[in-house]
Design a protein around this ligand. Structure first.
Ligand code: SAH
Length: 210
């Protein structure tokens, strides 16, 4: 999987590749799908959600430019796979998951793997996690119609926010926002397809039973 990320997708950050190599993805995938855990696909998890494609996990993590000192906010923890990758790379990870069943599973996984630098909260991540703000990096793993204002407010100067943004729930563009002393700089990092970001500053509900 890691060689494919390096050569096919041109993921160049060795720290990201090392983290992808050391976190066992099969543990985050439903048992019936374990044989597919190291293929280049998103896979279904509970509550009609998905564990993101390895490439997109690597790409988003690389775009955050984490060096080791950061406090990171993750929205949409889901299976906890991306959370575990971030926990390898950053000082501290705060993750928010909307679906109680997934948030509970995530807490259990983190404990089971002996990861100690992650805090999990069940709730609407489009509001961020104000008591722990500001964050050096914010990763949103679900697609919204626009960038949630609270997340911009909770970003440290020099910090990066990576989020899929789309006019419909079907597809998005991956966007990286960097907060500078002067304001916010936005870059387009290509097309992507995520499950919808549901919340106060996201979509009001999922369409197509998603
Ligand atoms: N990185 C995760 C992706 C899970 S899919 C993984 O690889 O497993 C996206 C997740 O975002 C889903 O679990 C969904 O429940 C969650 N989500 C959607 N809207 C949310 C919101 N407003 N706040 C927190 N989580 C949200």
């Amino acid at each position: 999987m890691v060689e494919h990320l390096r050569h096919h997708y041109r993921i160049a950050d060795e720290r990201v590749l090392d983290a992808m190599n050391s976190v066992p993805r099969h543990l985050f995938v439903p048992e019936a799908l374990r044989s597919q855990a190291y293929k280049d696909n998103a896979l279904p998890i509970a509550a009609k959600q998905t564990i993101s494609q390895p490439f997109i996990v690597a790409r988003m993590t690389e775009l955050l430019g984490i060096s080791g000192k950061e406090r990171v906010l993750e929205i949409g923890g889901g299976s906890g796979y991306q959370t575990a990758i971030l926990a390898e790379l950053a000082r501290k990870v705060f993750t928010v998951e909307r679906v109680p069943e997934l948030a509970d599973g995530l807490k259990q996984m983190i404990r089971r793997l002996g990861i100690r630098n992650v805090s999990v909260r069940c709730g609407d991540g489009t509001e961020g996690w104000k008591v722990y703000a500001p964050f050096d990096a914010i990763l949103v793993a679900a697609g919204g119609p626009e960038i949630p204002e609270p997340l911009l407010n909770q970003l440290e100067t020099g910090g990066r926010l990576v989020i899929p943004i789309g006019e419909t729930q079907k597809s998005q563009r991956l966007v990286r926002v960097t907060r500078t002393a002067k304001g916010f700089e936005t870059e387009d990092a290509g097309p992507c397809a995520f499950v919808p970001l549901i919340g106060e500053h996201g979509w009001k509900e999922a369409v197509n039973g998603g």
